[in-house]
Design a protein around this ligand. Sequence first.
Ligand SMILES: C[S@@+](CC[C@H](N)C(=O)[O-])C[C@H]1O[C@@H](n2cnc3c(N)ncnc32)[C@H](O)[C@@H]1O
Length: 318
Amino acid sequence: MKATHFYDFSPKEDSFRSDVLKGLSLETKTLSPKYFYDQRGSELFEQICQQPEYYPTDTEIGILHENRTEIAQLSGTGCELVEFGCGASKKIRVLLEGLRPKTYIGVDISREFLIESTNRLSSDYPWLEVHGLCADLCEPITLAKPSDGQRIGFYPGSSIGNFEPDDAIEMLRNFKSLLGPGGTLLIGVDLKKDDRILTAAYNDSADITAQFNLNVLERMKGELGAVVDTSAFEHRAFYNERLGRIEMHLVSTQPQRIEIDGEAFLFEEGESIHTESSYKYTVSEFQALCWRAGYEALKCWTDDDALFSVHLLRVTGG
Ligand SMILES: C[S@@+](CC[C@H](N)C(=O)[O-])C[C@H]1O[C@@H](n2cnc3c(N)ncnc32)[C@H](O)[C@@H]1O
């Protein structure tokens, strides 16, 4: 069975090109983590989730599973459910029987992967109307009002941590206009913790995160015709205690250049491209951020080891 509807608002190749040209021109060369995700990037992310060091996925699924009845009671059933950055749409399966939404809309930037995952969901849950929306969450998204009932947002995987805190507030504000007054948002957020656990999670011993990080250079080669020696870059991830975030970089192991459209971007040995930040929050830090975005905290669940949190928020008037 196919996904009921697919809406394609994929970002244009032009925006990848212009963002790369802009990002590599900065004093601290920077690329958005959204560019990790083509088909291969999405597949590599699924492999990361299976690595023993990468605790967030299993921990979040455990929290959702343990609290699925209460989540359904507090969120209400029969709603329209929108999952932001849904990827393989695996986590939502834990909640579907309890929430019994009428409609599921999976939103993701990784087009082919989204088509596959919404098709799988549709065939595994024949009672559910499944839609796929390929779009960039960094741009405001509009959806027709749900025919009846409320809309619930689901944003798992601590993807909110990939945004600078002010940008995270902006994104949560954008979600609000989709969810409407009284709408709810269920969101997974990685907690601050011992930095050895954090650092290990982003440096798995099978080097899958390294391949994932390097994939953005492969995309630049394949899609933008960039001239780049990917073997002369290596993955580096560390916890920046002062800023409360994991940083991922691609470090140049030698003096070199990347060329795109005849423009050359020079690297000294040891110079890096900052490819991802992943902010970690305490429960109260995150609730304060949500309050600024116009949400009230309904409930927060964590695991026994305080590794990960799942927040249920309600849109306030603000
Ligand atoms: C960290 S993965 C999480 C996947 C899944 N939700 C999970 O929790 O396992 C982030 C997901 O968000 C998608 N994504 C990243 N940036 C995005 C953007 N700007 N707009 C839409 N989707 C985005 C990626 O393609 C990927 O599927």
